[in-house]
Design a protein around this ligand. Structure first.
Ligand SMILES: Cc1cc2nc3c(=O)[nH]c(=O)nc-3n(C[C@H](O)[C@H](O)[C@H](O)COP(=O)(O)OP(=O)(O)OC[C@H]3O[C@@H](n4cnc5c(N)ncnc54)[C@H](O)[C@@H]3O)c2cc1C
Length: 637
């Protein structure tokens, strides 16, 4: 298979405009003849469904929560980037483009990243028009703060609840279209399979989470905006329901999966407290604007932080990276924290923690300002740990947070299955091997509000998908497949819980394909995962029945998919014999311990294709070329 990106050629600053002009249009009266399925109602899916409804298409939108407004995007805390240059501090579309390509360690497609930077400015206007209450400065202008990997302030925020406010904006736009009858909403529906007819995506199979009813939904195109797969690690900052099922089952129907090993470990999470913990909590990267990160200089120093004098503290990020200091990108900050803890300088009972200290900022700005900026985060931290960050430094440690990998898409956000579009965290598109903070919300909304409305019309106008009946053989086959998986999970009469398997799988992936990876560990994981997967199918116990609200069954299906995805992640990580961004192969590092890329051999997107059960997936490469931001050793010193 050859991967064609359809990225336009010519000057990059005109490429999106030129591309849009060349896309075919559907006249307003004809749009209502097309049905579009959108799976997902987070920022990417919600924005897409609302925009497509507004354009006049018939949209069916699905989510597994009881309301679209509970999509995981609601958890996003810190902010959303846009190259508005309100602070007059040197920002521009080109600088956001440059920072993002460099931040992703030169493993993203330049044309996509430029477009993202370009439309970032429209997103803010759109959201303000919707009434999103972004923080404002005294004079009334929108305020900005800084996030990792940038030396300008370009992050728009609504305290520590940016995702919630943005999602409420998208949700209102979606509800308006639901009210107008342009969008039909299907909450509490789990997409279990993709229906592919004559090579085109033509529908989905869903299971109602209320009563287990399996249904077929047909359409002219399918949009997946189903979020990331960070829960493969079991412990992560993602909501418990986040899963890979929709994209994984699409992969098994022929969509290529790109860069599965590119996962993001976020440096500022509340450390794990015990073996039976099931969820981790993020402390937003925004705290690194004002929080200073340090460890005691002496290994094993167990004194209370207030008893450790300045001279015996190591502000290791400020020391190692004087230009960016505490605002180095996430991959670098995470590895640096791990290195300190590995050297015995970690804090807290487990030794797996570093301090994030707001005391200097409180002295400088006053408690009130800090509370205005981060109040809800500080309160959340105190509720979880019982410690008051206004008085003692927070303890933080890296945790699984985001996945840069996802289904491969071209410049039009279409996967390798014609008619299947993938948006937001579910695709692989714009962040390369490491996503910069505050760029996921930007990408999800760019995809949903500003890209898919153009590109899907072009597909429909050119492909002219013929009518297909809901009882077509491909639909029946997908129903049979979904029902068989459910039945198999319920029929097993094993002894172990779904969670116990998930926890064990997550530990294998974290230990061997987490912050650090090496050949021996990855090979070990690749031998352990299939054994555990086999035991899962023999020995899992799923209580309850299909015809009821059954979260154990729901989770079991997701964990079954995580088993397969975990294997692909390790395979991809083993195959990529270089370090880049979040993919840190311990064998490939600079003398200073930074990621060492191998551009001559690995400057490509690795896209994996399913070849059937018990067959190795096939690797197809999309070569990456850099005409504007030339690859160099990333330096934040
Ligand atoms: C704690 C936390 C804080 C964050 N803070 C920031 C931040 O400050 N700035 C930033 O840029 N990014 C942040 N991120 C990342 C960002 O929130 C996510 O990448 C982004 O919100 C993902 O949006 P999405 O629309 O792609 O997916 P989601 O919001 O995850 O939505 C997925 C949708 O798909 C549906 N779905 C999934 N599977 C199925 C299925 N099988 N069947 C039916 N429906 C399905 C769900 O119901 C949901 O509606 C944060 C992430 C976390 C975990």
């Amino acid at each position: 298979m050859q991967l064609i990106s359809h990225a336009p050629t010519g000057p990059i600053e005109h490429s999106w405009d030129k591309h849009k002009f060349n896309l075919k249009l559907i006249n307003p009266a004809n749009k209502r003849k097309y049905n579009i399925i959108v799976v997902g109602s987070g920022l990417a899916g919600g924005a897409a469904a609302a925009s497509l409804g507004e354009l006049g298409y018939n949209v069916q939108c699905f989510c597994y929560q009881d309301s679209p407004r509970r999509a995981h995007s609601i958890a996003a805390q810190g902010g959303i980037n846009a190259a508005k240059n309100y602070h007059n501090d040197g920002d521009s579309i080109y600088r956001l483009f440059y920072d993002t390509v460099k931040g992703g360690d030169f493993r993203a497609r330049e044309a996509n990243v430029y477009r993202l930077a370009q439309v970032s400015v429209n997103i803010i206007d759109q959201c303000v028009a919707q009434g999103v209450p972004f923080a404002r400065e005294y004079g009334g202008l929108l305020d900005n703060r800084s996030f990792g990997g940038a030396q300008v302030s370009r992050t728009f925020y609504a305290r520590g609840q940016t995702g919630q406010q943005l999602l409420l904006g998208a949700y209102q736009a979606l509800e308006r279209q639901i009210g107008l009858g342009a969008v039909k909403m299907y909450p509490r529906m789990d997409m279990l399979d993709l229906i592919v007819v004559d090579g085109q995506a033509r529908g989905i199979v869903t299971r109602s989470l209320y009563d287990g009813k399996i249904e077929v939904h047909m359409a002219d195109a399918v949009v997946l905006a189903t979020g990331g797969y960070g829960n493969v690690f079991y412990l992560s900052t993602n909501a418990k329901g986040c899963n890979a099922t929709a994209i994984w089952r699409a992969y098994k129907r022929g969509a290529l999966f790109a860069n599965p090993c590119f996962t993001q470990i976020h440096p500022t999470c509340i450390p794990v407290a015990g073996e039976y913990q099931s969820k981790l909590t993020l402390m937003s990267e925004s705290l690194r604007n004002d929080g200073r990160i340090w460890v005691p200089k002496t290994p094993g120093d167990k004194r209370a932080p207030s008893s450790i004098p300045e001279s015996e503290r190591d502000y290791y990020l400020e020391r190692r990276y004087p230009s960016f200091g505490n605002l180095v990108p996430r991959d670098i900050a995470s590895r640096a924290a791990k290195a300190e803890c590995d050297a015995g300088r970690g804090v807290g009972e487990s030794g797996l923690g570093v301090y994030l200290d707001l005391s200097e900022a409180i002295q400088r700005l006053g408690k009130r300002t800090i509370a205005e900026r981060y109040g809800n985060l500080i309160e959340m931290y105190e509720r979880i740990t019982g410690e008051n960050p206004y008085e003692v430094p927070m303890r933080i440690y890296p945790a699984s947070h985001y996945t840069m990998g996802g289904l491969w898409v071209d410049y039009n956000l279409m996967s390798t299955i014609p008619g299947l579009f993938v948006l937001g965290e579910a695709n692989f598109s714009d962040h390369g091997a490491n996503r910069l903070g505050a760029s996921a919300l930007m990408q999800g909304l760019a995809d949903g509000y500003f890209i898919i409305p153009y590109t899907i019309g072009n597909y429909l106008a050119t492909a002219k998908p013929p009518k297909v009946a809901a009882d077509a053989p491909a639909a029946k086959d997908a129903v049979a497949n979904a029902s068989a998986i459910t039945k198999k999970l319920l029929n097993g009469n094993g002894k172990r819980t779904v969670d116990s398997f998930h926890r064990e799988l997550g530990k294998i992936v974290w230990d061997n394909c987490g912050m650090g990876r090496n050949e021996a560990g990855l090979k070990k994981a690749l031998s352990q995962i299939p054994v555990l997967r086999e035991e899962f199918w023999k020995n899992v116990r799923v209580l309850g029945a299909n015809e009821e609200f059954n979260q154990s069954l729901e989770r079991a299906g997701r964990v079954a998919d995580f088993f397969e995805l975990a294997e692909l992640m390790c395979l991809d990580a083993l195959d990529r014999r270089e370090s880049c961004g979040g993919h840190f192969r311990e064998e490939y590092q600079t003398p200073e311990g930074e990621a060492l890329r191998d551009d001559a051999n690995y400057s490509y997107v690795a896209a994996w294709g399913y070849q059937g059960e018990n067959h190795a997936p096939a690797l197809t490469k999309e070569p990456l070329t850099f005409n504007y931001v030339h690859p160099s050793q990333r330096s934040y010193k």
